[in-house]
Design a protein around this ligand. Structure first.
Ligand SMILES: *[C@@H]1O[C@H](CO)[C@@H](O)[C@H](O)[C@H]1NC(C)=O
Ligand SMILES: *[C@@H]1O[C@H](CO)[C@@H](O)[C@H](O)[C@H]1NC(C)=O
Ligand SMILES: *[C@@H]1O[C@H](CO)[C@@H](O)[C@H](O)[C@H]1NC(C)=O
Ligand SMILES: *[C@@H]1O[C@H](CO)[C@@H](O)[C@H](O)[C@H]1NC(C)=O
Ligand SMILES: *[C@@H]1O[C@H](CO)[C@@H](O)[C@H](O)[C@H]1NC(C)=O
Ligand SMILES: *[C@@H]1O[C@H](CO)[C@@H](O)[C@H](O)[C@H]1NC(C)=O
Ligand SMILES: *[C@@H]1O[C@H](CO)[C@@H](O)[C@H](O)[C@H]1NC(C)=O
Ligand SMILES: *[C@@H]1O[C@H](CO)[C@@H](O)[C@H](O)[C@H]1NC(C)=O
Ligand SMILES: *[C@@H]1O[C@H](CO)[C@@H](O)[C@H](O)[C@H]1NC(C)=O
Length: 494
């Protein structure tokens, strides 16, 4: 334990906090007041034993908060949980890779595992809910996975497990079927009126289970996200430190879901974090030493210590030495939804700078489907146009097109690469936002950043896995160099 503890408590019983500060004091004064030392040592030992006992006891107990343990764990940003991290994906039906390609475990399987392992609580931050295909009246067989997930959630209450759901306003009672079914089953649902609060939406997609497992990624609570839309996320098991940090972001949504809520400024200390891009959590993921933190947007929702999502993205681009690979559905250097229109070259500038100043290879894998905005493509062409045999600016844009059968064409809002991640030669970033200004200024999103450059054992890192996934897609038949796409008018809008 370090003697000087400069630490803002996180929803801590004052008692525990005092003890800690007290302990810090003691280590200095003990030298001067030798006589007191023995008494103090005993007190400290007793306290330490009590805390240690709690530490040991905690995993057996349910949901009750663990502030005291947090204090012990967090003073030096290190966490001793044996975290296990898994990259998970949904690969749309009919999308096939060559035989030996990397295929990650499915989002569906991972959600089923989380639900089956849950013992106390499931908290979900979500944009909208259409896990059954009642919304489309299609009775599509591939809705079965989504329906199964909803059924498992409806059973949670009977299993003695609490379910809390924070969701963006749906805007229409016809879209509330899942939410009504969850409410009827005993779930606590709060509608977070982000349109009213920030002029954005609650676009975040993550789960926290039992305060120790998390899922975060691009998949919505939508049956299509399991079988008809290409998604990427990450599930982390047995990782209390990370889960409790994500829980703070959830709790912020939760209070904003109260009637007539306003955004606190500043946020109370209970929402603060000590894990950010400057001081990431030091934790082992699959026994590999890792630096990890969670970022969040928009800035008004970030409590003290939280790295804003845009700052996280920019710092990762700036940190790249060799390459930056980006896979997002939408990329545009504009605010996309603002009126009047606003140019927003924040990410664009850092990409061009990386290419121009540091000779970093930049690759963007962007999506095209019926709902793509046509004005995205000229901007992508302008990035791609930098690539030049004489200048050696290494920047390329490819468009990923998910194949659509005539039968799949009837499914609305499906058949798209919905990924929202970035991988550099050093870091893996798994987010929930598209890359346009609104998502970082007004809309709620979050991301998991995994940096394993500190490890000597780089055989099986998240970075390596995500790079393999990116290259699989980049080199696949579904990716098309952007300037070859004039003949794709039928599939996308150009
Ligand atoms: C990709 O296209 C090539 C050439 O058109 C073809 O030989 C190959 O089988 C395709 N691979 C897949 C996985 O569709
Ligand atoms: C796939 O792996 C098998 C066995 O490892 C190998 O024999 C085969 O050549 C590989 N196929 C391709 C297309 O790389
Ligand atoms: C969806 O429709 C089916 C059959 O019409 C019905 O039994 C089920 O309750 C509906 N689900 C929801 C969540 O409304
Ligand atoms: C999480 O920890 C429990 C208990 O230590 C263990 O049984 C389980 O296999 C772990 N889960 C994962 C995914 O590693
Ligand atoms: C919220 O505001 C409405 C209208 O201003 C008011 O009637 C209602 O009592 C408020 N609710 C709470 C919980 O403050
Ligand atoms: C990754 O970690 C190294 C040190 O381990 C640090 O120097 C670097 O800034 C980190 N990168 C990012 C993008 O946070
Ligand atoms: C760049 O060089 C490659 C081969 O080295 C060639 O195929 C390509 O056409 C060149 N591109 C331009 C724009 O000159
Ligand atoms: C590196 O990690 C792998 C898998 O995580 C493990 O099997 C291997 O023993 C590790 N090697 C060293 C030198 O730690
Ligand atoms: C971590 O371990 C799990 C299995 O326990 C494996 O599926 C996953 O790929 C591993 N993740 C990394 C980054 O090595």
């Amino acid at each position: 334990m370090k003697p000087k503890v400069v630490y803002k408590p996180i929803s801590s019983p004052e008692e525990a906090e005092e003890h800690l500060v007290y302990m810090g004091h003691l280590q200095n004064s003990a030298r001067r007041y030798y006589q007191c030392a023995l008494v103090i040592a005993i007190v400290v030992t007793v306290l330490f034993c009590l805390m240690a006992a709690q530490l040991l006891l905690f995993p057996l107990l349910c949901s009750s908060s663990t502030e005291k343990m947090e204090i012990l764990v967090k003073q030096d940003n290190s966490c001793s949980d044996p975290c296990n991290i898994v990259l998970v994906e949904s690969i749309p039906e009919g999308l096939e890779y060559s035989p030996n390609s990397t295929i990650s475990p499915s989002v569906f399987q991972s959600w089923m595992t989380l639900l089956s392992q849950a013992k106390c609580s499931v908290d979900i931050a979500s944009f909208y809910w259409t896990l059954t295909n009642n919304d489309t009246h299609t009775k599509h067989p591939s809705a079965q996975e989504g329906e199964q997930i909803l059924q498992e959630m409806i059973k949670l209450k009977q299993r003695g497990i609490s379910l809390r759901v924070a969701v963006n306003p749906s805007g229409s009672p016809t879209k509330d079927a899942d939410i009504n079914a969850l409410r009827a089953s005993g779930a606590d649902v709060r509608v977070v009126d982000l349109p009213q609060l920030t002029n954005g939406v609650l676009h975040t997609k993550f789960w926290v289970v039992d305060g120790k497992h998390i899922y975060i990624g691009s998949a919505n609570m939508d049956w299509r996200s399991l079988t008809q839309v290409k998604e990427l996320g990450s599930t982390v098991y047995n990782c209390t430190c990370l889960a409790q940090d994500l829980e703070k972001i959830f709790e912020a949504y939760w209070v904003l879901g109260e009637a007539n809520a306003t955004i606190p400024s500043p946020w109370p200390d209970t929402f603060s974090t000590i894990y950010n891009k400057e001081t990431p959590m030091e934790v082992s993921l699959n026994s590999t030493e890792s630096h990890v933190y969670l970022s969040s947007s928009p800035p008004p929702l970030s409590a003290k210590g939280r790295t804003d999502d845009i700052d996280s993205i920019l710092s990762i681009i700036d940190d790249a030495k060799k390459f930056v690979y980006i896979s997002v559905m939408d990329y545009t250097p504009t605010e996309e939804f603002s009126k009047p229109r606003r140019y927003w070259p924040v990410i664009d500038n850092h990409l061009r700078k990386a290419v121009y100043e540091r000779h970093v290879t930049v690759r963007l894998l962007i999506s095209c489907w019926a709902n793509s905005k046509p004005n995205m493509f000229p901007f992508l062409n302008s990035l791609d146009a930098l690539q030049n045999n004489k200048s050696h600016y290494n920047i390329e844009v490819k468009i990923f097109i998910v194949p659509v059968s005539p039968e799949q064409k009837s499914i609305p809002f499906a058949r798209v690469n919905h990924n929202k991640y970035m991988v550099t030669d050093r870091v893996a970033y798994i987010g929930t936002s598209n890359w346009a200004g609104d998502y970082f200024i007004r809309t709620a999103g979050s991301a998991l950043v995994v940096n394993q450059t500190c490890t000597v054992n780089s055989t099986n890192t998240m970075q390596k896995q995500l790079e393999a996934v990116f290259l699989r897609d980049w080199d696949s038949n579904y990716s098309h160099v952007i300037h070859s796409l004039t003949s794709y008018k039928g599939k996308c809008i150009f």
